[in-house]
Design a protein around this ligand. Structure first.
Ligand SMILES: [Zn+2]
Length: 185
């Protein structure tokens, strides 16, 4: 594995993120801290879990500032969950990177790696999208933001807190990166 991956566990400190059946921060931290880190470690690649902010504002600026201290080859993968009455998973890249194949390929890789497991469990595919999110815009490298599911949907929430689902999805992530080792993201 040649990729170097920065993992941003969305939210933290006094900022719980979206709250529904579960709190977003509990999802992103469980996924980022344990399973994904372990899955990437098994590949022998470089990865780093970014520090959390202490409040809603620093939740955005801390990971962005920290990630920008790393060199360009690092990929930035931000984990979040959705809210607002929908269901399913979706992945975002920065609007202005939509026409850049190295970023859109990375977006597809992350989206499809998670999707391979999510679809198996009946989670709807909401697609790869472009958005002007702060963390995507201000991170000075290829960045992807994945929304694992909806915290206010019972089916999505039940899946996201399920340890076996998390383990399977995180293994799929690391395989996705591994399969693309050295590829032109
Ligand atoms: Zn979030």
């Amino acid at each position: 594995m040649s990729e170097r991956i920065l993992i941003d566990r969305g939210h933290g400190g006094s900022d719980p993120g979206a709250v529904g059946q579960v709190r977003e921060v509990d999802i992103t931290h469980a996924w980022g801290a344990a399973e994904l880190e372990n899955a990437l470690a098994r590949l022998g690649g470089d990865y780093y879990v970014l520090q959390d902010g202490a409040n809603a504002n620093s939740d955005l600026t801390v990971p962005v500032n920290e990630s920008n201290r790393y060199g360009k080859p690092w990929l930035f993968v931000s984990l979040h969950a959705n809210a607002g009455g929908g269901t399913g998973y979706e992945t975002y890249i920065y609007t202005k990177s939509w026409s850049d194949p190295s970023t859109s390929n990375l977006g597809h890789t992350v989206h499809n790696a998670y999707g391979a497991v999510a679809r198996k469990y009946g989670l709807a595919n909401r697609g790869l999208k472009a958005e002007d999110f702060y963390v995507l815009r201000e991170t000075q490298r290829r960045a992807v933001l994945l929304k694992l599911g909806f915290v206010d949907n019972k089916k999505d929430a039940d899946l996201m807190v399920k340890a076996s689902y998390r383990t399977e999805a995180c293994k799929s992530f690391s395989k996705g990166f591994d399969a693309r080792g050295g590829a032109n993201y």
